[in-house]
Design a protein around this ligand. Structure first.
Ligand code: ACM
Length: 549
């Protein structure tokens, strides 16, 4: 029995997240040593250099480029976009990618085949860098595997954004939707309008907690990305096959912009950058000059972000100021716009026209469906999946991110100890159970569902540490949902997650322990998990059988 446990426990280290389509164990293993090199053609130099950089620190091996290297990287276009094949034999490792992205994902899989210590950043002694002989074939289910990061409510310093990109890449996520502007802060330098960051990037204090009467913390908060920072983020992400989709919110969620340029508002009042959370009544006016301001901002944004998709927000725009304002009512009459809902559509359509003329596609929250859109517009369905169904039926592409499946600011258990619990309970299992394609859609309509994304709103995450706590390991679950086939089981994932957490530990990710009490409580055994060696061995053997392919 002991030998069997050794074998299966040993195999635990080969439990990948996301789960591959097929993974077959073969005879023997391959050990990295001082003679191991990487062999790749010149066109694959980027991925090869990345792999070398990933393997070097913990192994202490140089992993140099070698024309007879024992890790061979190559392209096999017949595999298809983002797909890869990975074969480990006692003679060496071969990774073939359908394209460079697929090759990169094969390299990510290789890292997970090594002991978790490979993710540490300095030389780890006493570990044999053994890769089990295995054959893996894999390809993603969805093309849009995203995460929306709200860097506006709380600014995330560039260094931490780059780290977050690495964590996304490890999970084969490929879209970073950066929510750059809000009532509480404007986070991207716009050369034409410097006050957006001089004034709009800074607030006096922040509300503590979710209650309407919550106090302020009395501490200024702010920060922004200079255009060179943005270029660096975009390029760093691209090297990891991640597209950064920028979002500039309008016509609501704009108080930081109004604090900088009051003439953009309906009242013209001098406001401060908002210090509270929630929905704000202060919205843009609908003058031509305001449309021009935003299209000028979008021009600079398009210069910086090569993404085909450009986000314009569009959610939660209160209409009270428009209703009460004689000038807005006059403008509506001039434009022949019937009501304030139609006025919001008119505004979004103006941005849509501008982006479409520049060869880009507008990306917005599901409220943008309310008044008709250009056919290229893509909808992020967040109020459940209704927006996804409506959009797909109207022929729009859809990114599924329903709040009841993909909102990682929601509480992770019903414990009173969860920090600032907002929304409903969304456990790791709940997120794992999220299905991006609504059952209501026909096969043809379902083709419009590009994939899905997690949304990480940061009102109550005032540091990258808190983002870690809310994002992980639920983001691991979502990554598997978006990558792996629909035929998956949570129990199988949960077993693999155990090993995966050791990788996150090595990386210094401050995740919430997914089972049992919160980390600052006493750490008992993990509730509900296999605990005796026999149970554990049987559990793992079952997982190995499941994944056999
Ligand atoms: C949203 O959560 N307001 C898109």
């Amino acid at each position: 029995m002991n030998a069997l446990i050794d074998v299966v426990v040993e195999r635990l280290t080969r439990m990948l997240i996301p789960r591959p389509i097929t993974m077959r164990a073969t005879e023997g293993d391959f050990e990295l040593d001082g003679t191991t090199g990487i062999c790749a053609s010149a066109e694959l130099a980027g991925v090869s250099a990345w792999l070398q950089g990933a393997l070097r620190p913990a192994t202490g091996l140089s992993m140099g480029e070698s024309s007879h290297g024992s890790i061979r990287l190559s392209m096999e276009p017949a595999l298809g976009a983002e797909a890869f094949q990975l074969a480990v034999t006692p003679d060496g490792i071969r990774i073939e990618g359908g394209d460079a992205a697929g090759l990169f994902y094969g390299c990510q899989a290789l890292l997970q085949l090594l002991p978790p210590a490979v993710f540490r950043r300095s030389k780890v002694s006493g570990v044999r860098w053994v890769v089990p002989a295995v054959k893996i074939q894999d390809a993603p289910r969805f093309a849009w595997r995203g995460t929306m990061l709200d860097v506006a409510r709380h600014f995330m310093p560039k260094h931490d954004v780059l780290r977050f990109i690495d964590l996304m890449a490890m999970h084969r996520l490929n879209v970073l939707h950066l929510h750059l502007t809000e009532d509480q802060g404007w986070r991207i330098e716009i050369l034409r309008y410097p006050r957006l960051t001089e004034v709009g990037a800074w607030r006096r204090e922040s509300q503590v907690g979710a209650e309407a009467d919550a106090r302020g913390d009395g501490r200024p908060h702010g920060g922004y990305y200079a255009q060179d920072d943005i270029r660096e983020i975009v390029a760093y992400a691209a090297e990891r096959f991640i597209t950064v989709v920028p979002e500039i919110e309008s016509p609501g969620h704009v108080q930081a912009a109004l604090a900088a340029y009051p003439e953009l508002g309906v009242t013209g009042e001098q406001l401060e950058v908002w210090t509270r959370w929630g929905i704000n009544p202060n919205v843009l006016n609908v003058e031509e000059s305001t449309v021009d301001f935003f299209t000028n901002v979008l021009d600079e944004v398009m210069e910086l972000f090569p993404s085909p998709y450009i986000g314009v927000g569009g959610d939660e725009c209160p209409k009270d100021q428009w209703r009460a304002d004689p000038r807005t009512q006059q403008r509506m009459a001039e434009l022949g716009v019937q009501d304030e809902e139609a006025l919001q559509s008119w505004f979004i359509r103006r941005l849509d026209d501008h982006l479409t003329a520049a060869g880009r596609r507008l990306f917005g929250w599901d409220e943008i469906l309310e008044g008709g859109l250009a056919s290229g517009a893509t909808v992020a369905s967040w109020r459940g999946m209704t927006g996804a169904i409506t959009a797909a039926r109207r022929g729009h592409d859809v990114v599924a991110c329903p709040d009841d499946g993909a909102y990682l600011d929601y509480r992770q258990s019903d414990s009173a100890d969860e920090p600032i619990p907002v929304g409903i309970v969304l456990t790791v299992a709940d997120v794992y159970g999220f299905e991006p394609i609504p059952a209501e859609l026909t096969k043809d309509e379902a083709r419009h569902v590009l994939g899905g994304q997690a949304n990480i709103w940061t009102e109550h995450m005032d540091s990258p540490r808190m983002v870690d706590f809310f994002a992980f390991p639920r983001l691991c679950a979502l990554a598997e949902t978006l990558w792996s086939t629909k035929e998956r089981a949570y129990d199988d994932f949960a077993g693999r997650l155990d090993e995966h957490l050791a990788r996150l530990d090595a990386l210094g990710v401050e995740y919430r322990r997914p089972f049992g009490p919160l980390p600052w409580q006493k750490r008992p055994g993990i509730a509900g998990r296999p605990s005796t060696p026999d149970q554990r061995a049987a559990h793992i053997a079952q997982m190995v059988a499941n994944i056999g392919g």
